[in-house]
Design a protein around this ligand. Sequence first.
Ligand SMILES: [Zn+2]
Ligand SMILES: [Zn+2]
Length: 457
Amino acid sequence: MLQQMEGDSAGDGETELLDESHYVAVSPRPEPAMSNISENEFSCHCCYDILVNPTTLTCGHNFCRHCLALWWESSHKNECPECREKWEGFPKINILMRDATDKLFSEVVQRRRMEIQANPKISRSLLAFQRHGDNLGRARTTHNRGAGFFFSGVLTALTCVAVVVLVFHWGSGVMEQHDLLISKPVSHWTSEDVVYWLENLGPWTEPYRGAFQQENVNGRLLLMLGDEELMKKPYNIENSVHRRAVLAELDRVKALGVKPPQNLWEYKAANAGKSLFLLYALKRSPRLTIFYLYLFDYSETFLPFLHTCCPPFTHTEEPVESSFLKTQLEPSWQQWVEFLVKYCVLPYQLIAEFAWDWLAIHYWTSRFIIVNAMLLSVLEGCFLWRLWTTARLRTLPQQMWNHLWKMLSQGFAFALMWPFVPQFVCNCLFYWALYFSPIINIDLVVQQLMHPETQAQ
Ligand SMILES: [Zn+2]
Ligand SMILES: [Zn+2]
């Protein structure tokens, strides 16, 4: 026992001695040791130049990130180019070493960075490598049931609630009546249909409904009504604004031949293809889609959209009760300015505001659209931020141009394919885009926010 303790202490003494000699050897002359550092120590064994964004593999070897990306792309293997050991996970930039090389060989590193950025092939393989890493990370986070999984779970539950509400809505037959009127020619409307139509115009029609009911006004009779008839007995619509509103709505009915859609479901039933197109196009490319509406669907869709998102500042003396009449006014310049600013900076905000206006009518659906719009805004912000931090902002015009072509070709393909797609498939796509894409987007946002800075470079 004693011997052992003695032995131990002797051993300790030895190590202390060794340590001291070590200190003696190193501490008095640190500068020559520093000057021994040459480019050789910091050179990459792929390109034999100074390391740029040095990336350390699990085997301990270091390579420039772009050298590794090029090697990975050509070999399709997760192997160290030097010792062929497989690396685990996704290699990250060694920040300590990067800062050291950036400081010690700033000129060389800067020159090399410029060269790398100017080389499209290297940029492409770096991007592909990064994407590979992102996919790995995504697979791992879903596997680890991280925060993204939690949010997805919550939203899946919400989606289930929404679907149940929808099914209930269908079951109660409310939809059927709506569907009926928007496809039933106005000349075939019964007096009940006429009252239902009047009811849909807004609460201001309440005092007049009784007269229509008593007179048994059916569709044919409704078409005969003019300004004079509405003013006289038995309708007694003395308020000229109300009369104008009823007549404007009546003109719309005459023009369409059926009841114009007044909520999302009616709109979808009346314009199945257009609603599906708008849903996907607004999600993918809100600016292009709104511009398209401005060009080709000005009064029917664009103007109501603008008036809903950017309501007029000044309130006119005469309140115009008909929502349709109100949306057909030419917007003021303040409205245009507000709209254009939002259009350029936060286009998804416009969609959220539009959905906000429908909260009372579409409780869950509006909330889903608003959440999705906010998520898409965040994703767009992340995308721009990544371009900015990786100094690829000048590729933005090129990317926008590519995006334009992609959207145009997809829109064209949609227009060609649309008549051949069964109604059932369209419905599935519609509800998928409406209720499930927020869940996917929330996952994407969580990943973007947890995305380590170093990997983006
Ligand atoms: Zn290299
Ligand atoms: Zn190695």
